[in-house]
Design a protein around this ligand. Sequence first.
Ligand SMILES: NC(=O)c1ccc[n+]([C@@H]2O[C@H](COP(=O)([O-])OP(=O)(O)OC[C@H]3O[C@@H](n4cnc5c(N)ncnc54)[C@H](O)[C@@H]3O)[C@@H](O)[C@H]2O)c1
Length: 341
Amino acid sequence: MVRLQDFYTNKKVFLTGHTGFKGAWMAAWLQQLGAIVKGYALPPEYDNGVYDYIRPADSILDDIRNKAALQTAIKEFQPDFIFHLAAQPLVRRSYEIPAETFDVNVTGTANVLEAANNLKCTIVIITTDKVYENKEQDILYKEGDALGGYDPYSASKACAELVVSSFRNSFNNKAIASVRAGNVIGGGDWNKDRIIPDIVRALSNEQVIEVRNPVSVRPWQHVLEPIGGYLQLGALLQQDPAKYAKAYNFGPVAEDHLTVKELVEKAISIWGNGQWKDASKPGQLHEATLLKLDISLAKEELQWRPKLNAAQAIEWTINWYKQPANNRQAYTIQQINEYMQ
Ligand SMILES: NC(=O)c1ccc[n+]([C@@H]2O[C@H](COP(=O)([O-])OP(=O)(O)OC[C@H]3O[C@@H](n4cnc5c(N)ncnc54)[C@H](O)[C@@H]3O)[C@@H](O)[C@H]2O)c1
């Protein structure tokens, strides 16, 4: 295990997507490590996310497709690290805006890599577990498995993987890795069509939780798990690009995958009360039902492993939402510090 402070304290980190769920947690963690963070993203789509409680002083609110603005921001900042999280990240929205999803996720990634082309910096591009050609079988996907993507979101992220390997092969900066994580949960996510925000909204309003895919198995993990992995990989990649410039999966251990139904029932028990119902409909938009990741590469090469099991991840998540607004900043930092121990 590397000591993250040794790599990030006083280092310049360019972070895209810092106004979103995962990016805001990452910005908060980096600031705890003493990094100098510059964020680049669109304005937040919702209130009461982690960004509202802890935000980097240096923040550009612009589109990743604004190539000139992005290039200027990166070149002026001269980052030591870039973590690229900005994306259109929702499967169901990708059915409504397919071309835009490809534009943001594929061209956006190329824009980031082109802007950093001649810089000496370490780059981690965040894709997803959905980049694999999903065989709907009970298998664990490994980094070398075929890329695919049924829906526009998944396919756009598989394309982003090709962009990454193309830039790595074609240009000077070889210190580029991609990371594939599964369904991430944690406090401060208010995105539409995601299970935890759906649960919290229903429970807060004393409504029955409507569950679209109760039997789907997902690799649930707390948001600090993959982010810890991204930070660990960034540090090692900077030390030894030839070894670590590749793709890594981050997910829970195999015996810790839960169905959506199990997650909902656990969340209700931590909240204290509530009810759910099966709202699946025949002919609903296709969403993969079975998706498990093999995380042995990250375990072996990065010495990374999950610290929280699924039950703890749900507990940490629901406890965040139970905090009053005036304690959420302190609670976010408390969870980061507890996780780092
Ligand atoms: N949350 C998950 O379960 C999950 C799972 C796998 C992968 N991911 C990936 O992690 C990353 C972050 O996801 P998230 O859950 O935090 O999503 P989010 O929607 O909460 O945040 C997305 C971020 O991207 C920014 N963004 C979107 N379009 C942009 C554009 N055109 N220009 C500039 N910025 C733009 C938003 O402003 C926001 O800061 C994404 O790349 C996503 O695909 C998320």
